[in-house]
Each structure stands twice: as C-alpha cells, then as structure tokens.
Design a protein around this ligand. Sequence first.
Ligand code: GLU
Length: 481
Amino acid sequence: MSRPVRVRIAPSPTGDPHVGTAYIALFNYVFAKKMGGKFVLRIEDTDQTRARSDSEQMIFDALRWCGLSWDEGPDVGGPYAPYRQSERSQHYRDAAGTLLEKGEGYRCFCTEDRLAKLRLQQQAEKTTLGYDRHCRTIAPAEAASRAAAGESHVVRLKVPVSGPIEFTDKLRGTITRDAKEIDDQVLLKSDGMPTYHLANVVDDHLMEITHVIRAEEWISSTQKHVLLYRAFGWEAPEFIHMPLLRNTDKSKISKRKHPVSINYYRDIGILPHAFLNFLGLMGWSFGGDREKFTLAEMIDVFSWDRMSLGGPVFDLDKLTWLNEQYIHDLSYEQLADALISWRLNREYLVKLLPLVRERIKKLDEVIPATEYFFSGDLDLTPVLPEMTVPEVAPAAVGKALLDYVERFEARDGFDKTMLEEVARQWTEALGWKTKHAFMLLRLATTGRKASPPLFDTMAVLGKEITRRRLRSAAAVLAKAK
Ligand code: GLU
C-alpha cells in the first residue's frame, strides 16, 4: 500500500522571503491538496552564521499573504514536531552515530590548516579538488578513543569510491552520476551541528516525506542524499526538481535584475491571487491557452505531466498584466477592500502621520504631501541633475547607492536607527560630506529635495520600496553622463 502523501518546503531563514520559496511552496501545496496529503513547513536553520532572526517570521507572513497555509510547521505544531532544525540536534547526532556504527561514516580529524594546504596542492597540481580521504582508514576504535579524548573532528560519509548513483526524477527521468566525482561529505561539523545534507535527509525520513519537490539547483545534492538513504538503509522519497525561475534574459532569477522578495510584490500592490496564479504559470500549464485560474481550479486539474522544463521567465510585465485582469474583475467593494489591506489603512496612516502632521495646515494637503508614500517607482528625471556628489562620476555615485543597499541588507530589521547608523558608516567609508550623501539618499528615495526626516521616511516606505528606489536611481545614474 502506498504511503499517504506528505510533502514539505524547507526554507532556510537567511534573508527576505524569496519568490522561489513561494513558487516551490505553491506546487507542494497544490500537489498535497490534489492527493489529499499533508503539506509541511520545516525551517532549516542549522547554519547559524547565515540565519537571521526576523527571517523566519517573514517567511510565514509572506506565504500566508500569498494565500498558502501548511498543515504542520513550527508555528502550527504537528505530530512530527519540532519543525525547526535547530531544535532537532539530537536526531542528527543519533543518525551520525548510526552511520559510524554501520561503518558507513567515519570520523575525520583533519585540521582546517591541513585541508587548506591540500587544496593549494591540488590547485597547483591541477588535480581534482576534494578531500583525499586521509582519515578514512583510521581504525574505528582508535578514532573513537581520539574523539573521547576531546580531539576535534567532523563525521564524514564513506562515499563509494566509484559506481553509478542513480535516481529517478519525476519530471526528468533517470539522473546518473558516478560516485567518483563525489567527495566524502561532511555530515556532522566539529561543533556537533549537522550539515544541510544530513539534516535534510534525516528529517525527510523522520517526517515521513513521500515526495521531495524542490528547485533544480538541488539536483547535485540529491545525488548525495541518495547515497545517504542507501547508507541508512532507508527508502528514499520520490524526487521532483522544479525548473529555476529566470530573468527575461534567461539567467537565473537574481535580485540584480528583479526584486526577488515576495514582500516587494505585496508592497507595490500585486494582488495575492494574481501572484499565485502567475507562479502557477511558471513551467506549468492549465490546459488550452488559459492563463487566469484560481488556486482551487489549479488543484482540480493538477498533474505533473502539464509541467515543462524550459526555464520559466519571471516576467514583471506579464505579472502586471495578470494583476490588471484581476483588478478589473473585482467589484468596487472588493477593490476598496484590496486597497485597504494594501496601504490605505489606519495602520499605515498612523506610521506616516508623525512625518507629515507638522507640514500640513488643512487635511486636503495630506495627499499631495505624501504621494510618494503611496507609489512604487518614481520618475527621477526632474531631480537627476541634483543627484551629484562633487568630483564623483555619476556611475560611481550609483554604485555607492548599491553599496548602501548591500549594507542595510546585511542587517536585521529595517528601522531608522539602523538605517542612519549604516548611512553614517557608509558616508565615512566613501569619504563624502554627510550633506551630499544624505541628499543623494533623499532624492533617490523620495524624488524630492525636501522631505520629512530621511531615515524615518525610509522606515515608513519599508525595505522593499526603499531598496527598489535606490536600485532604480543607481541604474539611472549608471547611464547618466
Ligand atoms: N534548506 C534548503 C533551502 O534553503 C532546502 C532545500 C530542500 O528543499 O531540500 O531551500
């Protein structure tokens, strides 16, 4: 008897909620619903150096905004809890222990220094890069006593020296690679934390995941996972690798060419239904030439054979067109509600009004005074001549704006204190006068020379709109003479 369908998404909380996460979540969700199965959300946060504290909540909020929900997850609980990998360390340690006992894994005591030298030597000799299996031959008893004496080590997988590694992808057929191309993977790091490969496989097994639906970029990991399932003696799930979303030039979708945060689309007033519908068009076809459909309709007709692998393009114009169709179909009442849940609401006004109250004499001045708080892209043409810094070429000014974006992106949250601190460090690093640097930021984010306090303004606009405007200004400057 086949097992009840259980699928999952397993995002790592490392930044803003990515459109790719919503894309993969949609197909997992639709497949789970179609099969009467369960959809699980698991947070893969074992890489503490990359984890960001606000990111997990943003993932939940963004997916819910899209209209997706999960049956089990860190915030809703479930029979396989905990659903956050940082709370499951014991499972990974036990699993690594099992592999050591079975002789499928081994302890490796090589120091960073040795590995670095090995790499340099391999580079010089132009041989294949990778671990030379130095510790693979240490007798297990000796390795165990060295570990017991406190010697720092990792646990590696004993990857077969050669032989085919094969798995079947539902969309792509059989994918084969020779084991000789694969290094003895680290499974448990010296601090006792698992690597992605170990934690992912252990959890998919323990959570009884039947289908792993994830992006194409994980195929090379899947080959390692297949080896792990074999080593444990576990039945592997089915694998379905979805095509990568692409920019219009067909390169992998990237923030340099497109906003990639789901929140950006929310903030510019894309309707959640239109957004999900748009993602449903990425590589999948409803049938006929139908492009507009609801989530329920998609579930109704869903099957994998309607999927094609030819790099779906995340085309903003297409999304805008689809959104327009949705807007035109709304009743005036529904449109009013959509506007209210977007920005025309009390919550947003309460954030905004401290910045404008002292600037108005009559209520009718509020809308003209705050227009740029309710729009997405600005026309910078009128202020372009002002966007200068003495003795700095426009392209370099543009680059500096991108650097400011990078700097705030590396920080948690998006409040005025952080924004100002980052701006001061940035100004100092550039060696510019504060008045020039801050005027530049003001012009780029508001399109005006005078505005309420700059960093409060950015905080109210939000990260998405601020980032987009700074990037657009940088693009305009890059072309300016
Ligand atoms: N943590 C991985 C990610 O960030 C999960 C990939 C997978 O689905 O296995 O996407």
